[in-house]
Design a binder for this molecule. Structure first.
Ligand code: BYC
Length: 333
């Protein structure tokens, strides 16, 4: 918080502390890790940030599936950089969650045991090269729409992490659009491949924004706390309105016969979302849920020796007998 930080308030009276917290949120000030905050605010942030971090690292899998088969060195280098960025996003977010007193080990354990979620979108398969373009354009596009407002989230470390993430997501979205444009303007078969990918990714992308507002358990409280700045349906509508002209420029269609401009609302109407499919995916019954979690658990096990080595290295370097001389042997030469 920039002013009236609760830690400077000389009281332990919970209602006085809560009043200071409420005033800070109302004044659009940032809540920082050492500030007093309600337990439920902390728990909501940990839940959302953990789910977000897990999505970033699980989200590496569907795209990594195409690294070895990218059609050119240029495309391969771009895709590798993008997948690496997603790993970085996961790390910023796990670090931000740590400021709330929840360690990365604990969060990963909850992911691996199925006690914490990751985004529904990453339970769909990447069947062709065009899926890499569709993910960039639609999935990263949906992510940006959802995440730009999170740069103004009331919790400082999360908001600051989102600034950098959004800049990188913006590059990802453009690479996806450019990839799809190249395919759309290519041969008939390439155009058909791009269209097929958009047909498969469109509806799951709309589901990324979460359940409709009247079924969203957390939205009202998260908006009151200024963690979320817009409702799930508002952001979903914003995304549809952005995508329609972009699809036209791409020369591709969106797979929704009900999609049309509504003059009165000043927005595009769109058809009903299959919420049964969404709930099935959340329950673990999507096309790739099992595969994604198995792969993640195996990657964690495979990385055990790196974590052990890093800890041993850190312990060695913090030991009292460890001197600058051993750290820089050439300095004594
Ligand atoms: N998938 O009350 P609601 C990325 C859950 S990463 C799975 O509306 P909330 C990217 C929700 O957690 C994309 N679960 O919840 C990475 C809750 O369950 P619990 C991830 C979902 O939190 C690599 C329940 O449904 N982005 O973009 O107010 C490459 C009720 O929902 C989903 C973020 O995580 C879903 N789609 O709102 C490319 C952004 N939707 O926890 C791209 C940050 C809802 O009670 N997160 N649920 O068991 C958010 O903005 C919010 O958490 C959401 C949901 C809008 C997602």
């Amino acid at each position: 918080m920039t002013t009236a930080a609760p830690e400077t308030v000389e009281t332990t009276d919970p209602s006085a502390l809560e009043a200071v917290f409420d005033a800070a949120v109302a004044a659009d000030e940032r809540i920082e890790p050492r500030d007093w905050m309600p337990d439920a605010y902390r728990a909501t942030l940990v839940r959302q940030m953990a789910q977000h971090a897990h999505s970033e690292i699980i989200g590496m899998q569907p795209e990594a599936n195409w690294i070895t088969r990218a059609p050119s060195l240029r495309r391969k280098a771009i895709l590798m950089a993008k997948v690496q960025d997603e790993a970085g996003h996961g790390l910023y977010l796990y670090s931000a969650a740590e400021t709330l007193g929840t360690g990365r080990d604990e969060l990963l354990d909850k992911l691996h045991s199925g006690r914490q979620k990751y985004s529904s979108i990453f339970n769909y398969p990447t069947l062709t090269w065009a899926d890499v373009g569709a993910i960039g354009w639609l999935v990263d596009g949906a992510a940006i729409t959802n995440q730009v407002p999170l740069c103004r989230c009331s919790y400082g470390p999360y908001a600051r992490a989102m600034v950098r993430i959004c800049k990188e997501e913006s590059f990802h979205q453009r690479q996806g659009y450019e990839l799809l444009l190249a395919l759309s303007r290519g041969t008939e078969a390439q155009h058909a491949m791009a269209q097929d990918a958009v047909d498969r990714w469109w509806w799951p992308s709309l589901m990324m924004f979460g359940p409709p507002d009247d079924e969203s358990a957390h939205s009202a409280q998260s908006m009151a706390w200024k963690i979320k700045r817009h409702s799930n349906d508002e952001l979903r509508q914003r995304f549809v309105d952005i995508c329609v002209p972009q699809a036209e420029s791409l020369g591709l269609t969106l797979p929704d016969p009900a999609l049309r401009w509504n003059e009165e609302r000043g927005h595009h109407d769109f058809g009903p979302i299959d919420w049964d499919e969404f709930h099935q995916v959340l329950r673990g019954n999507g096309p790739c849920n099992e595969q994604r979690l198995d792969r993640r658990r195996k990657a964690h096990e495979d990385g055990a020796w790196v974590r052990e080595a890093a800890l041993a290295h850190a312990a060695k370097h913090s030991a009292p007998e460890h001197t600058d001389r051993t750290e820089h042997p050439e300095a004594s030469a």
